[in-house]
Ligand binder design. Structure first.
Ligand code: ITT
Length: 193
């Protein structure tokens, strides 16, 4: 059994990845290692933040681990909120306020194209490697649905009529940015360990 620490404090991310795990991989949470403090995200890109989070945990534990940094990139806002998605409206990391600000900024804009981008950083025996996952879509006119987290109530993936928040976790996992990045990680592990 391969044990991998997931360097996140976000229980929704943990739940999504948990349900994507193939046989033979066991996920270990930060709680199980007693790592409770918030990991500073001071990078200027998703790539930098994923590396910071992963390295923080690897330096403390020496165990194989990975981190996920995700951003919502909105075309009409030149890619914002992007790496600042969590603290878009304020330093408080409040999902409701972030959505409110996003809808306000898009009020006058006809182009509502957006994408979620996830960068997963893995460290395995001193090998550092990143995997990217992207899902294209658009921003809804108003929040709908109660599943998921973050910006899910306003994100409609391409080819669908419903937001991620109107989908069960299993359906989101068939197409999400996170699932696509994690799939690449699993593939890498199957070829390299
Ligand atoms: P960790 O750093 O502990 O992993 P976090 O919640 O701070 O957790 P991020 O910095 O990656 O994670 O998240 C950036 C923002 O994007 C934050 O507001 C999330 O709620 C949002 N987000 C991330 N993944 C999402 C998803 O799958 N659906 C909707 N919103 C998401």
């Amino acid at each position: 059994m391969t044990e991998l620490i997931f360097a996140t404090h976000n229980l929704h991310k943990l739940q999504e990845i948990q349900s994507l795990l193939p046989n033979g991989i066991k996920l270990v949470s930060l709680d199980e290692y007693g790592i409770m403090q918030e990991i500073p995200e001071t990078g200027a890109t998703l790539e930098e933040n994923a590396l910071i989070k992963c390295k923080f945990v690897y330096d403390k534990t020496g165990q194989p681990c990975f981190a996920d940094d995700t951003g919502l990139e909105v075309e009409a806002l030149d890619g914002r909120p992007g790496v600042y998605s969590a603290r878009y409206a304020s330093l408080k990391k409040n999902d409701g306020e972030n959505i409110e600000k996003l809808l306000y900024e898009l009020q006058e804009k006809p182009d509502r194209k957006a994408r979620f981008r996830t960068v997963i950083q893995l460290v395995w025996d001193d090998t550092y490697i990143q995997f990217e996952g992207i899902v294209n879509g658009k921003i809804a006119m108003e929040p709908t649905g109660y599943s998921g987290f973050g910006y899910d109530p306003v994100f409609i993936p391409e080819g669908h009529e419903r937001t991620f928040a109107e989908m069960e976790l299993e359906e989101k996992n068939t197409m999400s940015h996170r699932a696509r990045a994690f799939e690449k990680l699993v593939q890498w592990l199957s070829e390299n360990i």
